[in-house]
Design a protein around this ligand. Sequence first.
Ligand SMILES: NC(=O)c1ccc[n+]([C@@H]2O[C@H](COP(=O)([O-])OP(=O)(O)OC[C@H]3O[C@@H](n4cnc5c(N)ncnc54)[C@H](OP(=O)(O)O)[C@@H]3O)[C@@H](O)[C@H]2O)c1
Length: 258
Amino acid sequence: MGRAVAIYLAEQGYYVYAGSRTPQKLFDVRSENLYPLELDITDPRSIEQAVSRIGTIDILVNNAGYGLVSTVEEVEEVEMFNQFNVNVFGVMRMCKAVIPKMRKQKSGIIINISSFLGKIGLPLLTFYNASKYAVEGITDSLRYELRDFNIRVHSIMPGFFDTNFARDNLVANPATFSEASPYARMVSTLAPVIIEQINNGNDTMEVAKLILEMIEDQRAPARQTAGDKSKKFIPMKRELSDEDFERRVRAYYGLKDG
Ligand SMILES: NC(=O)c1ccc[n+]([C@@H]2O[C@H](COP(=O)([O-])OP(=O)(O)OC[C@H]3O[C@@H](n4cnc5c(N)ncnc54)[C@H](OP(=O)(O)O)[C@@H]3O)[C@@H](O)[C@H]2O)c1
């Protein structure tokens, strides 16, 4: 998703600094506007170095993230910490590093890539869900905090998108995925469906175009959905009671009682 956004914005004439732990992944892109940048959002020194290499920063897109797939009962301390270290503290560290520049120049736009799972829970994804609910909370609070400095803050809640997410960036807890797990039936019902839905998900260009729209529209809404699953489930969640919504999701994913 980050790659698609970076290339698209560069094509539109924006100067894009594309941060990742492996910036060489972008060396194949031929664009004078795109600068791959080494950045690990779990490391404050790496963030400081990356941000100090850039003069003015008008827009920050917080895209980096991965998904831990684990029950709460079986999770390891380090897995739990790492999920929040990247998906939540990483977002906060990046905001902390960039806000001073935006505040001084009295303008800026921060766009957080959350998920439709930032408003909707699913079993086995409790830690990912909690991290994305947190991103939604960060967005809501920062909108108040930064308004006086003319810094806009938004979130995008993608549904499932065809990226490397399921191939490279889903971290499975071994106990949860063992046949001996008390949750084995739920894992065998849900995990293949989620992976299949991600791999056959929407095209990342939709997110890239939405980000451009948000950047160019001063009155863009606080948050936007993107992709089929988000456009289906987020309005449904708003309309139904929590219990009725849960029944619909259980039926959709074949999560049976007993
Ligand atoms: N794909 C979906 O269905 C979906 C749905 C909803 C939301 N999302 C969200 O969309 C965002 C992008 O995910 P994606 O689907 O595009 O997955 P992806 O293809 O796996 O990309 C994730 C990116 O995050 C970067 N990253 C991970 N840890 C990092 C760190 N510590 N520092 C810097 N960069 C780091 C990775 O680059 P390096 O490995 O090179 O560092 C990678 O480029 C994530 O926040 C994800 O939660 C995805």
